[in-house]
Design a binder for this molecule. Structure first.
Ligand SMILES: *[C@@H]1O[C@H](CO)[C@@H](O)[C@H](O)[C@H]1NC(C)=O
Length: 461
């Protein structure tokens, strides 16, 4: 959540193929079915997939640590994820030069997928300087993260950004988020990787919630997100579906055509009973529109006290808070629906929002910041991963040309499912068109209001 306004049992289908017994080879991560999208829903192994997860950020956002590069603490926590009955964790920061095989395998063995943010404070869109921070050095890091994680079948999705727009005063950063989102999907296609869903995790800004969602799902195909998520802390126990604005949001999003879910939820104002869980997976309430959500957050953190489910004691031990027991009970009382949950296949893309006092996007519906020349990465891969060193925020120019929204976008080439192996021959994708800036329209992200004092800085994850 970082700068959000409140700062204020899945089974491994193929696992049984190996003989049981102490000498049996470990099931590989490919024993989990990959997740794909149909209409406004996720599917795995032919069944609708609902996200039942937690946000995993031990050390807090300020630590900027990779929690899944440490196999020991990862395994300590995977046991707890399993106890909670989770199928997904979200990780906000990874070191794309580190080895994640052991943790990803432990997660896969437990039936757990990874929803991954590709940004970190060094490599991200800076809402103070969106044009300058949208550049080739940044995209190389993003692409290197995709390279590192596309090979795991339990990589569920990539987040192109988190809460970059966090008030009604900085929506002029939205084109850079959408451009990054487009470039990620293009890279996956160009490399012939598995079609891993890409989308944005938005702050729940009441003034432009709908516009943000519509914006990511409007315009030409090559520029539209695969899914949309937002962080929602408005349900505070003992609230009910009808008493919160969740019922109205479900109505407002009823014709949204791509999967929607809560990338963070879990208000901590009162004693948490996680009543929201019963509505989130209820076919008469939210599943026609929503595909589950992620509770913020697994570990109790000093810089964001009160949200944790467990308290970390040591590298081998955590203790349960009451919140852990409450979430475990809520999830076990509310299994995922068995049917299709009322999802829709016949939705149309959204109309792009019009400029208003709350939505400050000047570009035409079919324009976005021009993609930097990343053709060498599309052809050969991202190359050496920078890890959590260096940085990209100052590597660009003060202005970025605009271009047709899908110019340079690669819209085919990814595989629907599969082993996740990279295309050895490089790009298989067909570019939708050459990079062709049509106008020189400098974009400046003007007044920036940081809603949170907790995280004070202008770095975005
Ligand atoms: C639902 O949509 C209406 C009309 O656009 C808007 O005024 C209202 O704020 C929205 N409600 C929520 C909770 O998003």
């Amino acid at each position: 959540m970082k700068t959000s306004a409140i700062a204020l049992g899945l089974l491994a289908a193929g696992a049984a193929a190996t003989p049981a017994g102490p000498l049996a080879p470990r099931a590989s991560s490919s024993s989990l079915p990959t997740v794909s999208i149909k209409g406004n829903a996720f599917f795995a192994g032919g069944k609708r997939f609902y996200i039942r997860g937690v946000d995993y950020q031990p050390g807090g956002s300020s630590a900027n640590e990779d929690p899944i590069a440490n196999a020991d603490t990862c395994k300590r926590d995977v046991a707890k994820f399993k106890e909670l009955g989770l199928n997904t964790i979200r990780v906000y920061t990874v070191d794309n030069s580190a080895d994640h095989d052991e943790c990803m395998q432990a997660l896969a063995d437990a039936g757990i997928y990874l929803a991954l943010d590709v940004n970190n404070p060094l490599y991200s869109i800076n809402r103070d300087k969106p044009a300058k921070s949208y550049n080739k050095v940044y995209l190389q890091s993003v692409f290197a993260t995709i390279d590192a994680f596309q090979k795991y079948d339990n990589t569920l999705m990539f987040f192109s950004g988190n809460e970059v727009i966090n008030s009604d005063k900085n929506s002029n950063c939205a084109p850079y988020v959408k451009a990054t989102d487009r470039d990620m999907r293009s890279y996956i296609n160009a490399r012939g990787y598995r079609k891993i869903p890409v989308g944005y995790s938005a702050a729940d800004v009441a003034e432009n919630r709908m516009q943000m969602a519509q914006y990511m799902n409007c315009g030409p195909d090559g520029a539209r997100s695969d899914f949309f998520a937002f962080n929602d802390y408005s349900w505070c126990d003992p609230d009910t579906f009808e008493k919160t604005d969740w019922s109205q949001k479900a109505k407002n999003f009823s014709s949204y055509s791509i999967p929607l879910f809560l990338s963070e939820y879990g208000c901590k104002e009162n004693t948490r009973t996680f009543n929201a869980v019963s509505a989130l997976y209820d076919t008469s309430k939210m599943t026609p529109v929503y595909s589950g959500g992620l509770v913020y957050e697994y570990t109790e953190e000093k810089d964001n006290a009160g949200f944790g489910l467990v308290t970390v004691k040591s590298d081998t031990e955590v203790t349960d808070k009451d919140d852990f027991t409450a979430l475990k009970k809520a999830l076990s009382n509310t299994p995922a629906p068995t049917g299709d949950g009322g999802y829709k296949t016949d939705g149309s893309p959204s109309k792009c929002p019009t400029k208003s006092s709350n939505w400050d996007v000047d570009l035409a519906d079919d324009e976005l910041p021009a993609m930097p020349d990343v053709s060498e990465y599309f052809k050969n891969g991202a190359g050496t991963a920078p890890g959590l060193k260096g940085g990209s925020q100052e590597a660009g120019e003060d202005t970025v040309d605009n271009a047709p929204a899908a110019s340079g976008a690669v819209t085919t080439g990814a595989s629907e499912s599969g082993s996740g192996s990279a295309s050895p021959s490089g790009s298989k994708g067909a570019a939708a068109g050459p990079l062709a800036p049509v106008s020189f329209a400098p974009m400046v992200c003007g007044l920036v209001v940081l809603v949170s004092s907790l995280f004070g800085g202008s770095l975005l994850l």
